[in-house]
Design a protein around this ligand. Structure first.
Ligand code: RIB
Length: 322
């Protein structure tokens, strides 16, 4: 499977997706295990890899064939330039990506353990300087299938963007990560919410540790006014919750090398499939297949698969109605 980015122009009939979010240069340390407090550890390797939840989700949408526009900020430094060029190689429109001189580009320090699990610390840098131009955003959202956003840029600006999208009739796909409380008026402006088990628990106050619990948590979140909720469960797949109830979508069994950007890969594939008019369950299945390929490769953006590879990958087991 090759996920090498190609300099390409997206198909003009493909869904248009606007991503508001973070761009980070990931400083990735591969370690045998996460060090305990006071422990000094010798790691295996270090690498600098393009990442950031917003940028990763934009790349995932682009590699699934969508026309993607990225809204965000990078610093006026070499990392910012590298991240911009990396998106452009994937055919992503960076006209709304602002360079903030005097601010460092966002950085993520990522420890990846031998089992593929990661621990991430983010220094937001220029991501903290994102400001929404409401008139420009309204124009950018015209004809877009989704506004996709997360919480690695300032919450007040994310909230403004969600409200603008809602008023403009553009659906919002929110990945509230890193998780924080969602203001009450925003809930009903979200079309699709994608959360992992920890985020689900934080937002609704009930455990989402098993498919059954995730279904109940997802139903509680949906009751706040959202059409569709996905609770991702890592190697156990995901639970999709909508007006028809809850379904557990198991994941194929694969050997995880690095789980970084698995959630972002899932979300991009889900957004594009929904934008193409595929059913919610088919979109979730596609996201699971894309994420399963992602975790078999190291790094964030280099591990996000191209659409052709996803379509050639094994089908996951059938879903189970809960
Ligand atoms: O979701 C993975 C991403 O989280 C990493 O690329 C890192 O930059 C952080 O934003």
């Amino acid at each position: 499977m090759s996920s090498k980015p190609s300099s390409r122009s997206p198909d003009p009939s493909a869904p248009r997706i606007v991503v508001l979010g973070s761009l980070n240069m990931d400083l990735v340390l591969r370690v045998p295990h996460a060090p305990a407090a006071g422990e000094t550890l010798t790691g295996h390797s270090i690498a600098t890899i393009p990442g950031g939840k917003g940028a990763n989700q934009a790349v995932s949408c682009a590699r699934e064939g969508a026309q993607v526009r990225m809204i965000g900020c990078v610093g006026g430094d070499a990392h910012g330039q590298a991240l911009r060029e990396s998106l452009e190689r994937d055919g992503i429109d960076t006209a709304a990506l602002r360079t903030v001189d005097g601010e460092p580009t966002g950085t993520a320090l990522i420890l990846v353990e031998d089992g593929g699990q990661n621990r991430i610390v983010i220094i937001p840098g220029a991501n903290a300087r994102v400001e929404i131009d409401e008139a420009a955003l309204r124009e950018q959202l015209q004809g877009a299938a989704f506004l996709v956003t997360q919480f690695e840029t300032p919450m007040d600006q994310v909230a403004r963007a969600i409200s603008v999208a809602h008023e403009a009739g553009c659906k919002v796909l929110l990945n509230p990560s890193p998780v924080q409380a969602i203001a009450e008026p925003l809930w009903s402006r979200i079309d699709t919410l994608v959360v992992n088990e920890i985020e689900a628990q934080t937002l609704c106050g009930q455990s989402a540790d098993s498919p059954e619990e995730a279904a109940l948590a997802g139903k509680a979140l949906r009751a706040k006014g959202i059409a569709r909720v996905v609770v991702t469960l890592g190697s156990r797949g995901a639970v999709a919750i909508d007006a028809d109830g809850a379904r557990h979508h198991p994941a194929p069994t694969v050997q995880a090398v690095d789980t970084t950007a698995a959630g972002d890969t899932f979300l991009g594939a889900l957004a594009v499939a929904l934008g193409e008019g595929q059913s919610f369950d088919e979109a979730v299945r596609l996201g699971i297949r894309a994420a399963a390929l992602c975790i078999q490769q190291p790094g964030a953006q280099p591990s996000i698969p191209q659409c052709a590879a996803v379509l050639q990958s094994p089908l996951p087991p059938d879903w189970i109605t809960l």
